[in-house]
Design a protein around this ligand. Structure first.
Ligand SMILES: C[S@@+](CC[C@H](N)C(=O)[O-])C[C@H]1O[C@@H](n2cnc3c(N)ncnc32)[C@H](O)[C@@H]1O
Length: 213
């Protein structure tokens, strides 16, 4: 069972070295966003980055698509502090994205990003359901998380379960997560790819285009 205090504390502590430690991961994701940015997203559309961390994704979007309205949410004040420096023009909110009331009064977004956060939730399915709840009809969600593929990733999973038992749930094999998404969203167009990241780390990246109807 993941305890949100432990997750927050881990990132508060890790914030200073995060971008350096995950440099390749960040670069791969920027390329992935660029290559797959939906043509139907309005130039001044709204983007919501769930667990935005240090804000590198929002900063990249600000640089490449400056008319977008950018919002990031994270519950680590130390990560958000860096976001505020990285992308001062974005709306940056401190809050728990698993809290169903947090987004209640907010309009849905054209694009929702969930990058590198799924393994921190006890209820992964609830987070997967939130993707469509928070995305406007006809909008797109980008979901990326580690993939339990290969010996290295199995070791990584084991190590993190042992070292951070209250901040880390597990990572899923690609086939399992793909199956979950198709079951939850039979009408969505779902594309996926596996990316190599830092070391032998593998990422499973999904683009979900939700029905406009
Ligand atoms: C691995 S980092 C990913 C950050 C960024 N999306 C990236 O890919 O670099 C996970 C982030 O999610 C945030 N986070 C985890 N659980 C959260 C929750 N329930 N509510 C808000 N933020 C959360 C953490 O504070 C941390 O900044």
């Amino acid at each position: 069972m993941v305890d949100s205090e432990s997750v927050r504390a881990a990132y508060d502590k890790f914030s200073d070295i995060y971008d350096k430690s995950w440099a390749v991961y960040i670069r791969r994701h920027k390329e992935w966003l660029d290559q797959n940015w939906p043509a139907h997203c309005p130039e001044d559309g709204c983007v919501l980055d769930l667990g935005c961390g240090t804000g590198w994704a929002l900063a990249h979007l600000f640089k490449t698509r400056p008319a977008l309205h950018l919002t990031g949410v994270d519950f680590s004040e130390e990560m958000l502090k860096i976001s505020r420096e990285t992308v001062p023009s974005a709306e940056l909110l401190c809050g728990d994205i698993t809290d169903p009331d947090f987004f209640a009064a907010r309009p849905k977004s054209d694009i929702v990003l969930s990058i590198g956060i799924l393994h921190h939730f006890t209820d992964m399915d609830a987070h997967l359901r939130d993707l469509s709840r928070l995305t406007a009809p006809g909008g797109t969600a980008f979901l990326s998380t580690f993939a339990l593929e290969g010996e290295m990733m199995r070791k990584f999973d084991k190590l993190f379960r042992k070292k951070l038992p209250s901040a880390y749930n597990e990572i899923l094999p690609h086939a399992e997560l793909t199956g979950k998404l198709h079951e939850l969203y039979p009408d969505a167009e779902i594309r996926s790819t596996i990316l190599r990241s830092d070391g032998a780390t593998r990422l499973q990246c999904f683009i979900l285009n939700f029905d406009s109807g």
